[in-house]
Design a protein around this ligand. Structure first.
Ligand code: FAD
Length: 462
């Protein structure tokens, strides 16, 4: 098996030729990076503005994080709502949550309009909690939800858990008490450590296949003003007051606006000839982390699901297991060889911090330890896991990036608005990328938007 083959890349049908930049060209909007952020941005730019759009990809479409993620659609943040409220206040936090939630509708609208066939299942998914401390975190989030229009996530606590008497009265009405067997059944586990479960809207989709199919639509519908360049790494971006020049090998693209959809690992220089230096250290602030995943096939007898297994605040003493923030498991219908339908079980969890992300490549080795940790998790927790050795059909890894405040950056650069961002930087990015694409099109249309937690920071003020 390859060191890094994801089911998402394996399902691509690639039929197009690579189109390289052969002359200097001009465009209205240049989007750098053709993952789900870049494709969504191109989609909204083309469908809502009259502009000519170039999409420029250094590698191949959807071969970055978009082709190496866990394929789970969720609308929560990497940070707890209560934590975001402390930094941004309740109004901006609840508006931000509503904004990311709105991407569910955007995704459905795209499916309807484009008549996409990429499988996309939606359902109620779950997250299992092991102790009071974790339960309180979610109750706190639900408190804020009750005060605003954020959707509350129903929380069930096991009557046998012994923690119900310890939950402060302020949280009354924010959870229900149920038999533990009901919680274990929703979490599809017999592991008695799980004493509470949160439920929320979740989904599964191959985001790389989604990009490929959406791209076909853009080629068909907007042939007159849409161009894709692949294997075209942008090495320099030079900004002036009215345009940007992008250097690709010995050629140049001149664009009135340039949107970075590079996920934070762009490896290029930015020179601003109109005003202060743009913080070219931006991408060095993005902390990289490699996430490891594995997947195997099961008989196609169960419906799709997505379950997160959150860790106990109380550590186990095993340093490898204790370092894992949480395991996430999805099950989805998967068309395998000979058009046979199976269920694909994907599990992620192990992550390794990478200080110098320039060293990360797709050929980065897949450590045996990552697989053994996933094995242990499956045998201990997923009740439908095979009893003996698990034969994985896919093992893969991807690079996640975290901005210092763990929030996606969407909008114009305050120092020079010729440059815009719809990037990163977290391990939950499918819906935020789509929302970001829509928001960028609003900026391109010169709409006045209220300040938000996604606004790029002005580095002159820091
Ligand atoms: C292991 C892992 C698991 C994840 N699981 C989930 C999940 O279950 N659910 C979820 O919502 N999110 C998940 N994510 C996050 C999600 O995949 C990403 O947030 C999302 O795919 C980011 O899309 P993107 O388009 O911003 O980035 P990418 O898909 O990484 O695309 C960026 C593109 O920019 C290109 N590029 C960069 N620099 C240049 C340059 N100089 N010139 C030209 N091109 C350039 C790159 O080649 C790349 O193709 C996960 C991520 C990882 C890594």
């Amino acid at each position: 098996m390859k060191q890094n083959l994801s089911p998402w890349i394996d399902q691509l049908n690639r039929t197009r030729d690579v189109h390289l930049l052969s002359d200097n060209r001009e465009t209205d909007v240049a989007i750098i990076g053709a993952g789900i952020a870049g494709i969504s941005t191109a989609y909204f730019a083309l469908t809502t503005t009259p502009y000519k759009v170039f999409l420029i990809e250094g590698d191949k479409v959807a071969h970055g994080a978009t082709g190496h993620n866990a394929g789970q659609i969720v609308s929560y943040f990497e940070r707890q709502i209560s934590d975001l409220v402390k930094e941004f206040g309740i109004t901006q936090t609840s508006e931000a949550q509503a904004a990311v939630d709105s991407a569910w509708d955007l995704l459905e609208e795209i499916y309807k309009k484009v008549k996409l066939r990429t499988p996309f299942a939606q359902f109620t998914g779950y997250a299992g909690c092991q102790d009071l401390a974790e339960v309180i975190v979610h109750l706190e989030n639900n408190m804020y939800a009750r005060e605003t229009h954020i959707n509350m996530e129903p929380l069930m606590v096991a009557e046998e858990s012994g923690i119900t008497e310890q939950i402060p009265k302020t949280y009354d009405g924010l959870y229900s008490i149920v038999p533990q067997k009901d919680i274990l059944s929703l979490l599809e586990t017999e592991d008695p450590r799980y004493i509470a479960a949160l439920s929320s809207r979740k989904g599964v989709m191959n985001s790389a296949l989604f990009c490929e199919e959406l791209l076909d639509y853009l080629f068909r519908e907007y042939a007159d003003r849409f161009t894709l360049f692949e294997e075209s790494h942008v090495s320099d971006v030079v900004l002036s007051d009215s345009h940007a020049k992008l250097k690709i090998r010995d050629k140049e693209i001149t664009a009135k606006k340039v949107v970075l959809c590079t996920n934070g690992f762009e490896k290029f220089t930015i020179t601003n000839t109109n005003g202060a230096d743009i913080n070219t250290q931006f991408h060095h602030l993005v902390n990289g982390s490699v996430g490891y995943m594995a997947a195997y096939l099961e008989d196609h007898t169960k419906s799709p699901t997505a379950v997160s297994y959150l860790p106990a605040a109380q550590k186990t003493g095993d340093p490898v297991m204790d370092a894992i923030p949480y395991f996430y498991l999805t099950r989805r219908t998967f068309e395998s060889e000979a058009n046979q339908l199976h269920s694909l079980i994907c599990v992620g969890g192990p992550e390794v911090r990478m200080d110098d992300t320039d060293n990360y490549t797709h050929e980065h080795p897949y450590p045996e330890e990552a697989q053994s940790v996933i094995d242990q998790f499956l045998h201990k927790t997923y009740k439908h896991a095979p009893t003996g050795e698990i034969t994985y059909k896919y093992k893969w890894h991807g690079l996640m990036g975290y901005t210092p405040n763990g929030v996606r950056c969407i909008g114009p650069e305050p120092i020079n608005p010729v440059l815009l961002y719809n990037l990163g930087c977290n391990g939950i990015g499918i819906l935020p990328s789509i929302y970001g694409g829509k928001k960028i099109s609003q900026f391109l249309n010169n709409e006045q938007l209220a300040p938000s937690i996604f606004d790029p920071k002005d580095s002159r003020l820091q």
